[in-house]
Design a protein around this ligand. Sequence first.
Ligand SMILES: [Zn+2]
Length: 189
Amino acid sequence: MFTEYRIDRNSRITWVCGNWDASTTRNGASQLTSSSVIGRLLWDFVSGRDTRDYLQAIFHWAHGHDITLHMSYRCDTPEEERYYRMSVRRAGDDEVGVKHRLLQRITAPNPPQFSLHDGQDSSARCSVCCRYQVGDAWIDPYRTGDQMWMRGPFTVCPDCRGTALDTIRYSLSADISNRYGPNGPGTAN
Ligand SMILES: [Zn+2]
C-alpha cells in the first residue's frame, strides 16, 4: 500500500495518487481529501522548522538529479510502530514525486504512555525515527516502555540527519557514475 503526491519547485502540491482519499481515511485523516490538498503548500502539513529543512534539502536534491532517493522513517500510532519508506524522484522538469510506502507494523507489547503532565521530560521529538530527546539521549518509548512527557517541538535527530547526508552522498556517486562512468567526469566511457 502506498500514497504518492507531486510538488512543484515552490513545494506546492500539484497532484495526488488515485487512492489518496481511501488512504487518508484509513489513516484517520479523512479531512485531507485530494481536492483539499491540491494547490496547497506541503509545509501547511509539516510540523517543525527542522523537519521542513530536512525535507527541503531532499526535494532540492531530487529536482537536480535523475536518481530516486529512498529514505526510511517511522510514523507511529499510539499502539503501533509503523515503518515507512519515502521515495523521492524527479518528475518532469519542474516537479518531484514523493511516494510513501508502509513496510512494517509492529504492535507494541506495552504501548508507551504519553502525557502532557508527567513522565520523562522530552525536549524534542525526531520526525524521522520518532525518538524523543531526553537530556542528551534519544529514547524510543515503544522499546523502553517509558512514560513520556511531550513538550518539545518536532526536529530531526543527529542520527537521522547523518543518514540523510549519507543517502544523498551515495546517490550523488551513483548519479555521477551513471553520467560519466565509474571513474567520474573527465574519463572516457
Ligand atoms: Zn531520528
